[in-house]
Ligand binder design. Structure first.
Ligand code: ATP
Ligand code: MG
Length: 380
């Protein structure tokens, strides 16, 4: 932690030397005071984004938040944002929760206008003027439970009441912003309590997921802590909680195409695995990464599962692990049969793969080409 703060020192100094006050703010200060590991450091300064870019050699602007500039230094990334308001205290008063409304300057002096330290000590998520804070940005309601899940803090009674009253305003917020917070909420160490409050406040109804009902929430609550699981595994659980057998209902909620594809593959393999055990061909078609994740999902939901070792052994013993390992290529087939490319080609490759994977045929070019002729595969 200290090391991370030390790396931020030169950034603060560089801004300072050019006449701009600068501070470490938000999550890093909170996590430092909570004695938790710091993941990233946010910096606030008087300098405008243009001025920030002239101070540092390597900067990137974030496309969606034009006020923020990413600065690289000693292998770390810092988000440097222009201060809102005339002073650091004014900026801090506009933040979501008191525990996030603290700043540190380069001498290590703490700015804490809302006594966030007391709330850390008492383990409460509290907002200064919560009704106004929550209507300015309704996502903060979900963030309240997200921090509660992460830190194990209680949402203050006052804030909880406001969330119950204003819950439906969450539906105005972009799905992508909601999904990032929801994902973190599900991943938190204290998700049991946080999810319970998400349900009892009624906020869950406005997350943009019609299938997210109380049953789905209890499913998620009863799972072990998911903190260290892979992102695609956690999203698979989120789909399973809502009985979604494909990711199609999560359109707009799953923010990247890659993630969507990864979740789709895991859901399909999980469904297959309900009625089958892995054998060479299904493992080959599924791929080892997906199969390992599916077994992990089964393990965490108390189902019988195959150990990593068993699966990896089976995988390593496959004659081929992908099309690239096959002794014939599409080009070989086109040349050998002197035919135009068409659906027959893909079918022939599929058939050859199956023969090789199951051990019916050796992975040898001539044997495979001969076999295709005699078996007549692909003529349809
Ligand atoms: P984490 O450790 O999970 O990254 P964090 O506190 O750094 O938590 P971020 O979402 O990264 O949370 O935001 C950084 C800081 O910016 C917060 O600590 C908070 O002060 C401020 N902030 C972010 N989002 C909002 C918001 N929607 N409303 C108000 N303040 C926000
Ligand atoms: Mg952060």
């Amino acid at each position: 932690n200290q090391k991370m703060i030390d790396t931020a020192g030169p950034i603060l100094s560089q801004l300072h030397e050019r006449g701009f006050l600068a501070y470490i703010v938000g999550g890093a200060v909170r996590d430092l005071l909570c004695k938790r590991p710091i993941t990233d450091i946010d910096i606030v300064t008087e300098a405008t984004p243009e001025e920030i870019s002239t101070v540092f050699a390597k900067t990137f602007s974030m496309n969606n938040q034009h006020q923020t500039v990413i600065v690289r230094h000693s292998g770390c990334l810092f988000e440097v944002t222009t201060q809102r308001g005339k002073s650091i205290d004014e900026d801090l008063l506009m933040r979501d929760f008191t525990i996030n409304s603290m700043a540190l300057d380069q001498k290590g002096q703490l700015f804490d206008p809302l006594d966030g330290q007391a709330d850390i000590k008492n383990q409460v998520i509290r907002s200064h003027e919560p009704a106004a804070r929550m209507s300015e940005d309704p996502l903060r309601m979900l963030r309240a439970y997200r921090f509660s899940s992460d830190l194990g803090f209680k949402v203050s009674e006052n804030l909880g009441e406001i969330i119950r009253n204003q819950a439906e305003t969450l539906s105005r917020v972009a799905m992508e912003r909601i999904s990032k917070e929801f994902y973190k909420l599900v991943s938190g160490r204290f998700k049991q309590t946080a999810l319970k409050e998400l349900a009892s406040s009624g906020l869950y109804k406005h997350c943009g997921l019609p299938q997210l009902d109380k049953k789905a929430i209890s499913f998620l609550r009863e799972l072990p802590v998911l903190r260290n699981e892979k992102e695609e595994v956690i999203w698979t659980f989120i789909c399973l909680s809502m009985n979604l057998t494909s990711e199609s209902h999560l359109k707009g909620f799953l923010f990247s195409n890659q993630l969507t594809k990864d979740v789709r593959n895991r859901l399909a393999a999980f469904t297959y695995r309900k009625n089958h055990t892995w054998e060479v061909l299904s493992l080959y078609r599924t791929s080892i990464e997906v199969a390992l994740d599916v077994e992990r999902v089964r393990e965490l939901t108390d189902k019988s599962y195959m150990s990593n070792e068993e699966l990896l052994t089976m995988w390593e013993q496959l004659p081929i692990q992908s099309k690239n390992d096959l002794a014939v290529t599409g080009t070989d087939l086109l040349r050998h049969f002197k035919r135009e490319a068409g659906p027959w080609l893909g079918e022939a490759i599929l058939w050859v793969e199956e023969q090789v994977v199951t051990g019916n045929l050796p992975n040898e070019k001539d044997t495979l080409l001969q076999a295709i002729v005699t078996s007549n595969t692909g003529e349809g």
